[in-house]
Design a protein around this ligand. Structure first.
Ligand code: SF4
Length: 298
């Protein structure tokens, strides 16, 4: 083949590979971006570093599994998203440096805190740059005594307009998921890691997460859910203080601030990849088992 033509084909193939990697990154499939050069991941908060998580990064895997629920963990389904990288696939799924507390375990709990007080403290917040583009602060919605709390990453366009989390297409799917668990949307609580919409629906950045997520921690402390279900990699990585992709620990149980925490895929991902719904349903069934729920009868 003509050398110039071969170079052109090579460039096209490289671009296609980059597109796939970018797509995997958007889906939160860690192993894709974990093995990529930093220049390919400008908006992915792959490394959520804090003073306390830094030592954990020294370990080969940074997820801190605190007092795992053995029986439930044993029942975990096998992972559905195999790593395209054999080396990454061979790495241990979870390493548990149990002596390292999660950042949020160490945040002081506020005595007699309430959701109203948290909202009051947020006020007309300008603590991070996300305030510049927001229409409404999306605080959270649902039963203040919910046993089940869903956590997403941040508001999108519809949520920003309405001031309520998960009201767009992904929100409708989340509502269907909740109803399939034989619950109503108003039975659970729904919140996000950041309370203002990131521009262009990008992922929240590290400084924004660091600034805003303490409000979420206070909400969790006040609501005291039995189960926290993280929707997508941003929420899971933030609460578990890990840089691992969600596919590495999706469906596993962790202890978190007195609750049991599980991570599953974001409903927006399911809209793009409907076959993954079966994996999410397995995760939700684990949640139902903990909460003593039976699936809704059709
Ligand atoms: Fe404040 Fe959170 Fe909004 Fe940032 S995202 S401006 S910290 S409420």
């Amino acid at each position: 083949m003509d050398p110039a033509k071969r170079a052109s084909v090579g460039t096209r193939v490289e671009e296609q590979v980059k597109d796939w990697l970018r797509y995997g990154e958007e889906l939160g499939l860690g192993p894709y971006y974990r093995d990529r050069a930093p220049s390919h991941q400008p908006s992915e908060p792959a490394s959520i570093e804090t003073a306390e998580s830094a030592p954990a990064k020294m370990a080969p895997a940074a997820v801190v599994r605190r007092a795992p629920v053995a029986a439930l963990s044993a029942a975990s389904a096998p992972k559905s998203a195999p790593s395209p990288n054999p080396a990454a696939a061979a790495a241990p799924a979870i390493v548990a440096p149990a002596s390292l507390p999660s950042l949020f375990e160490s945040i002081d709990r506020i005595v007699d805190d309430t959701l109203a007080r948290i909202r009051e403290d947020i006020g007309d917040c300008t603590r991070c740059k996300l305030h510049k583009g927001r229409t409404n602060i999306v605080f959270g919605v649902g039963n203040p005594k919910a046993e089940l709390l869903f956590v997403g990453e941040g508001p999108g366009h519809d949520e920003d307009i309405k001031g309520e989390p998960f009201v767009g297409r992904a929100g409708k799917l989340l509502t269907q998921m909740i109803e399939a668990m034989n619950l109503r949307r108003e039975d659970v609580y729904i919140a996000n890691v950041v309370k203002c919409r990131p521009p262009e629906n990008r992922l929240p950045e590290k400084d924004e997460i660091t600034t805003c997520s303490p409000f979420l921690m206070r909400q969790i402390d006040v609501i005291k859910p039995k189960v926290v279900c993280c929707l997508g990699s941003c929420a899971a990585q933030t609460l578990l203080q890990t840089t691992q992709g969600i596919s590495r620990f999706r469906g596993e149980w962790f202890d978190f601030r007195g609750a049991k925490l599980i991570a599953t895929y974001h409903p927006a991902y399911l809209l793009r990849n409907p076959p993954a719904k079966s994996e999410v349903w397995k995760d939700l069934q684990k949640v139902m088992a903990v909460l003593g729920l039976q699936p809704r009868k059709r």
